[in-house]
Design a binder for this molecule. Sequence first.
Ligand code: PNW
Length: 515
Amino acid sequence: MEITFLNFLVCPRDPARCCLPLLLVGFAAAAPAQLFLDGKALPEGFIYGCATSAYQIEGAWNADDKSPSIWDVFLHNKTTNDVTYGSNGDVADDFYHRYPTDIPLFRNALAVQTYDFTIAWTRIMPAGRGALSDKGLAFYRNVIRASNAVGMSNICTLYHWDLPQSLQDEYGGWLSRNIVDDFRAYAKAVFKALGDDCSHWVTMNEPRTFCTEGFGPDPDSAPGVVSTFKEQYTCMHYALLAHAAAVEEFRLGGYKGKIGIKVDGGVSLPLDPSSAADREAAARTMDFEVGRDVAPLYTGDYPPSVLASGALPLKFTAAEKKMLKGSVDFIGLDFYTSQWVTPTKNCTPDSDTYPECTDQFQQDPRTGLDIGRPTASSWNFDAPHATIYGGIKYLAETYNATNILISETGMGVLNETNLPLEQVLEDVDRIAWYRGVLSAMRQALDDGFPLTGFIPWSCIDNFEWTDGYNVRFGLIQVAYDAAGKGSQARHPKLSGAYLKGVLTKGNPINPYNFV
Ligand code: PNW
């Protein structure tokens, strides 16, 4: 009886299909809520979740009312070998159809208490503005219901890089002030439909990355507009204003949950710690790569060093500063890795690094040593103390942030797509990554920093942007090859069991004690 009712909640149109997964997870939903870190109880309210993003898992790129996003168009137009095997997110994990079994699996394999997902603007508001799609809304309602049915809450993100192509074509997307009004209207409509259904809302994922990779001299992300650093800064300026506009709507609407943003950037260290110039360069890089997004949320304006560079194409008005200041209830750090920096010699407006004017390295140019263990991503090295402890400390000390989540971190195991399944599932390299992350988190908590959540990336293998399906960040494996072709069967990896053991059973971080 109860199972039938739960199935109806998850899949009102086809309850029978969901019977098996819900039977399997019945016990997981009843798990105690207490969380641990290295055997010590975590404070009540600490969030343990896992994350995914719409374009990377949903597939169904043109199903029902969905319109093309800039990523659909960007990858459909690729004629070169820019993306591994020319793959794209057209099918991805087929989560659009598989969510009724995937969501209980996340809960069961990882014992996460929160599922952090992102909404595709193009699915819910296909014209970019105006009418909402009933089918698009129904999908996200079902995702939330399916999460709740197995005892999980949701962190819901409005934007993870998949802008409606129509807004890109109409006015250049993030390079126009028009985006601020359109994002506000989109956010307002989503809040009206789902506002009280998510415990946490994230306005957008990583403005730094979608602006610096989507624009500039050498863009490798959608929309791929070849331009200058000025366009990157313009994009970031409007992204911050769009964030603040969405938060204003959320607060005006009086919704129950909390709202924040996710920022990335990693931590910059002086190449030579004994050099004052390198230490200054490291602080400057933190200002330009993290502070540029974060300072406006806490102080209302860009960091002093960024303002003093004189290179900003746009400034905030007094009214905008007021709107930005205090526009987060929490801040999510998508922190993966770290780098060494030193000042760019004779930096001028013609220098590649202008206006930041710092040279950045993950291999020490003097010794050739890596900053940490390499992974499948060329940019991602395992340096947990610098990155995780350092990131939390930086946010707490520089901006007095009081509610900090590690909202993404993770790694691709080298050659994971080519290894035999048994080896893929026994992912000790990924366990080593998370041991470092959890130890750094433990230290941050012991030192009194306000760490309030941990959300590994990702619940499940997915489409890793221009690395295609060849780099996997999942805690659950998906049976497809490096080109994204295969049975789509799911298999939990040992790293997921390890996290489940440490976070929900009180297992020690070290030594290995997996389940
Ligand atoms: C994240 N960095 O971005 C994205 O939010 C995910 O969509 C993506 O799959 C994941 O990383 C893994 O690549 C990042 O500078 C952007 O260190 C920048 C950095 C890290 C992650």
